[in-house]
Design a protein around this ligand. Structure first.
Ligand code: GDP
Ligand code: MN
Length: 434
């Protein structure tokens, strides 16, 4: 039922999670990581549109893709003060830096002209934050919103929590900041309300959370009402997470969602078509898009051994066995069935494009795939790309004997491996030798 894209995303998630864990733990907890879901992310402006459609209070805003549009939006808003926000999927934008030199992905100004000038230094540039890769993420759009004064910033999130078998509302009176830091330094300031999905959110729960967040007087009812609306939104759109940081109050006595991050359950795609149609995929790694053009699935990780495999199962097994032997995968390229020689060449080109790569491990099991085609593709790629890094090849299955002969007679410095374990050992040894 799941689409190939969803499966690739799932494998990517599993591999990334494994890459963060010691191998034995990864192997043992395998079942837990194989939950069939991915998380669609939307940009803040898209999330806020959904929120406002469900009665959740957000600021008035426009979206702009050019500095000129941003300037016009600022004029049209006709607000006392404007907040300009770079739209990327990562958080921590406020403290981020652009490669244009501009500091801060969130700016407040009273002058619409300045909105244009600032947008000029945001759109088309990369914004790097604590949550992005070092080089940052390219900003294609900015949100131009009416700024409101904030008298207090709290944190509110609703998530589908496996350990509670259902939705949990998490809140803290200390918002606007990194919530992980609050959880570490002041765990007593993190409050939770477990919701029974059949009974829904109770008034008493919304009230208690509002109070724990420090909303008092008439603000308490208002905050509780916003929390209930957020919960209804969460259910209705099949979200796995709705995070509002800051969930703030204004001096005028309004409770407002100043930021929004919503993730979705991919299994709900069939009944949330409008939402999934908003996924612009522009933040997919370019290399992933490039791979997709050749019907290859690429998953980037942070080690130094490039892996060329066929099939998700083999990718995971390869990942684990590299770890068990003390190595770390740099990436995975999954060649489907029905392989052509040209794809093998492209695959090598993509794998070696990553400067972190210090060795390549080919681990192909030829069932549908003919090993001789792979071997020919490999030798061609080695010659044409003048491969500089050690290459360990383990082929098994259909036509493997001919494949071995092709590799051997090529005269290229290719290390053959007899099985998965042998291949992983040789690949790890080839990078640690240096
Ligand atoms: P993030 O850094 O990616 O989480 O982006 P946020 O949307 O949370 O904005 C960062 C910070 O900018 C917030 O924590 C607020 O302190 C501030 N901020 C955002 N919008 C407004 C606004 O309308 N008015 C004021 N005064 N501050 C804002
Ligand atoms: Mn935020």
């Amino acid at each position: 039922m799941a689409s190939p894209v969803a499966i690739a995303a799932l494998v990517g998630k599993v591999l990334r999670e494994r890459a963060l864990r010691p191998p034995l733990l990864a192997v043992r907890s395998q079942a837990g990581h194989l939950t069939p879901r991915r998380w669609l992310n939307l940009q803040e402006y898209q999330s806020k549109k959904l929120m406002s459609e469900h009665g959740v209070r957000v600021q008035r805003f426009f979206v702009a893709s050019t500095a000129k549009e941003a300037l016009e939006a600022a004029r049209r808003l006709n607000a006392k003060e404007i907040v300009l926000k770079a739209q990327i999927l990562a958080g921590g934008r406020g403290k981020g830096v652009f490669n244009s030199g501009l500091k801060g992905g969130v700016h407040l100004t009273k002058d619409p002209k300045e909105v244009g000038q600032l947008a000029q230094q945001m759109i088309g540039y990369n914004l790097a934050t604590k949550q992005t890769p070092k080089e940052g993420v390219k900003v294609n759009k900015v949100m131009v919103a009416e700024a409101l004064d904030i008298s207090r910033e709290t944190y509110l999130a609703i998530l589908m929590d496996r350990s509670h078998n259902g939705p949990v509302i998490v809140g803290s009176p200390q918002g606007g900041v990194d919530i992980e830091e609050v959880a570490a330094s002041n765990p007593e300031l993190i409050f939770k309300e477990q919701i029974d999905i059949f009974e829904g959110i109770k008034d008493s729960q919304a009230q208690r959370m509002a109070e724990n967040l420090g909303f008092a007087g008439p603000l308490k009812n208002q905050a509780a009402d916003q929390i209930k609306k957020l919960y209804h939104l969460f259910l209705k759109i099949d979200a796995t997470q709705v995070e509002v940081n800051p969930f703030g109050e204004t001096p005028e006595g309004q409770v407002v969602c100043f930021d929004a991050k919503i993730n979705f359950d991919d299994n709900a795609e069939f009944r949330q078509k409008d939402i999934f149609a908003m996924d612009d995929k522009s933040e997919n790694e370019p290399i992933e898009n490039e791979a997709a053009r050749y019907d290859l699935k690429y998953i980037g990780l942070d080690g130094n051994i490039a892996c060329f495999v066929n099939g998700a199962g083999l990718a995971m097994a390869t990942c684990d066995i590299i770890f068990l032997n003390g190595g770390k995968p740099a990436n995975f390229l999954d060649l489907g069935g029905g392989v052509k020689e040209a794809q093998v060449y492209q695959a090598f080109k993509l794998l070696t494009a990553d400067p972190k790569v210090e060795a390549i491990l080919v681990n192909i099991f030829g069932g549908i795939v003919n090993c001789a085609i792979i071997a020919n593709g490999i030798t061609k790629a080695c010659r044409e790309l003048e491969l500089k890094v050690p290459l360990v090849v383990r082929l098994e299955g259909t036509n493997v004997q001919e494949a071995q002969n092709i590799l051997k007679s090529s005269g290229l410095p290719i290390t053959s491996a007899v099985d998965l374990e042998d291949a992983a050992k040789k690949a790890v040894a080839s990078v640690t030798k240096k």
